[in-house]
Design a protein around this ligand. Structure first.
Ligand code: GUN
Ligand code: ZN
Length: 481
């Protein structure tokens, strides 16, 4: 059966949906914890208990394992791992990116993944590292596309195949790869070779790469971010339209003695408190956890708990339409994430096209909020207002006589017809005392109104304090004394 994806709710370019592969369905955004049959700090059964609806494992490891190969072939992956949820298998491409070669062909790994009963199979794509020059990227992308075509042609249109999107750090190649993968009929598209970017905290470039790939991938496809990662970046990735993550971070961090939090991580050695509501943290002191013979396993359990809880939080944020607030909160926890956040905001005009119409609230959280999709959309909406010949934009609440219409002003949006005062975003926006950036953004709204209504004479009544901002942002406008 083919892989299908259904979107239920949207926020920014993020989606809450349902991914169906064969007879198994998971809610998205989803985290598929990575499970390695040889070293399992956390069992699949425990993962399921903690709320994981799916997981990912490496078919290459199974195919090379004396212990597990025959078991998986005769009993199937689900029985061997003891997990009846969705299991995705990776092909060995990751080994390819680390060791340079693998002893398996594209069709061999796919046939093996099929034989062990994997729900989603990954072809042997080539994860080209970010440092590769254009020639290498083009050559390897060509090989990846050949293998995807081979997979599709051999296994047929209904095979549960993932179509990895490669292309290095070249936006045009990522976009082209995304488009071609869509044209080949892949409805589940992992964005590949981003692990080196995430490991080096290059979140600005990560945003560029993902946004470029998303531009090419059909909007109806489910998008997986291969190898992500730390829970602090999930919200950012979801805002761009990533639906699935496959994190080994919970185990890798645990091995290093690192304790994940939704916004960062800490060395267990340096903690005197365990600030988390999970079972492990509530039943151990920091000292007890440090000294436990099961330390790595307990840390892994906690880390996975934090990662899965963040996914739940994101799903709820999408339902409520408060994903921007969550992205803002998370991305302020590290300057590298802030860089990614700013890169995302610089593309808000693109995101606006995919954003929803109405949300629960708009909380102003500082100057970055002025670049949000809702502000861009509001400014564009002003063009469509029908206005009489004379309009007063009243920034100070004064209702001077002699105007056909008085529009109140709410930064960072701008002027609004009183009848829109209760509707989103004006009515649901919470702002602190005005600041200069916010007022300037509101003034762009006024400027837009003037530019798009040449037959209308617009005047402004404003508190003295804001007159310089108004004169700068709306040059030539009449400001009433
Ligand atoms: N795991 C992390 N990155 C990748 C990738 O680019 N391709 C595959 N197949 N697996 C990965
Ligand atoms: Zn915990």
């Amino acid at each position: 059966m083919p892989i299908t994806f259904e979107v239920m709710e949207k926020d920014i370019a993020g989606r809450q949906g349902r991914l169906k592969a064969g007879s198994r369905t998971i809610r998205t955004p989803a985290l598929l914890p990575v499970i390695n049959p040889h070293l399992q700090p956390v069992t699949a059964g425990e993962m399921k208990e903690m709320g994981a609806e799916g997981l990912i494992t490496n078919a290459y490891i199974f195919s090379r394992s004396e212990e597990f190969r025959e078991q998986a072939l005769s009993h199937g992956l689900h029985r061997v791992l003891g997990f009846d949820g969705l299991i995705m298998t990776d092909s060995g491409s990751f080994q390819l990116s680390v060791y340079g070669e693998v002893e398996i062909t594209n069709m061999e790994t796919l046939r093996f993944q099929e034989a062990i009963g994997s729900d989603i199979h990954v072809p042997l794509d080539i994860p080209t590292p970010p440092g590769a020059d254009r020639l290498q990227v083009e050559r390897e992308l060509g090989l990846t596309m050949t293998r995807l075509r081979e997979a599709r042609e051999t296994l047929g249109p209904d095979a549960p195949l993932a179509g990895p999107v490669q292309g290095g750090i070249f936006p045009d190649l990522r976009e082209q790869a995304g488009r071609e993968v869509g044209e080949l009929g892949f409805s589940f598209c992992p964005i590949g070779a981003v692990v080196p970017l995430m490991e080096a905290y290059r979140y600005g470039e990560l945003v560029d790469v993902v946004m470029a790939a998303k531009k090419g991938i059909p909007a109806s496809s489910c998008v997986h971010l291969f190898g992500a990662g730390h829970p602090a970046m999930f919200a950012l990735a979801v805002a761009m339209g990533c639906d699935v993550f496959d994190s080994a971070a919970y185990a890798l961090y645990a091995r290093e003695g690192r304790y994940l939090t939704p916004s960062g991580s800490a060395k267990l050695q340096e903690l005197s408190e365990l600030p988390c509501p999970c079972r492990i943290c509530r039943s151990h002191s920091a000292d007890e956890l440090r000294e436990s013979p099961e330390k790595e396993r307990l840390l892994a359990l906690h880390n996975l708990h934090v990662s899965l809880a963040e996914i739940s939080r994101i799903r709820q944020a999408i339902q409520d339409g408060v994903l921007w607030e969550l992205v803002d909160e998370r991305c302020r926890s590290h300057p590298a994430l802030l860089k990614g956040y700013r890169a995302l905001l610089s593309r808000a005009a693109t995101l606006e096209e995919r954003d929803r119409v109405s949300k629960r609230r708009f909380f102003y959280r500082g100057s970055e909020s002025c670049a949000r999709t809702e502000v861009i959309r509001y400014h564009a909406m002003l063009e469509r207002l029908t206005l009489p010949s004379t309009v007063l934009v009243s920034m100070d609440g004064r209702e001077l006589p002699g105007f056909d219409l008085v529009l109140p002003f709410r930064p960072p949006f701008g002027p609004y017809p009183p009848e829109l005062g209760e509707t989103f975003p004006i009515g649901q926006s919470e702002i602190p005392d005005w600041d200069e950036v916010m007022v300037a953004a509101g003034c762009w709204g006024i400027a837009n109104l003037i530019e798009t209504h040449p037959g209308c004479r617009v005047s402004i009544s404003c508190p003295d304090k804001w007159t310089p901002v108004v004169r700068k942002e709306v040059p030539g406008v009449e400001v009433l004394p």
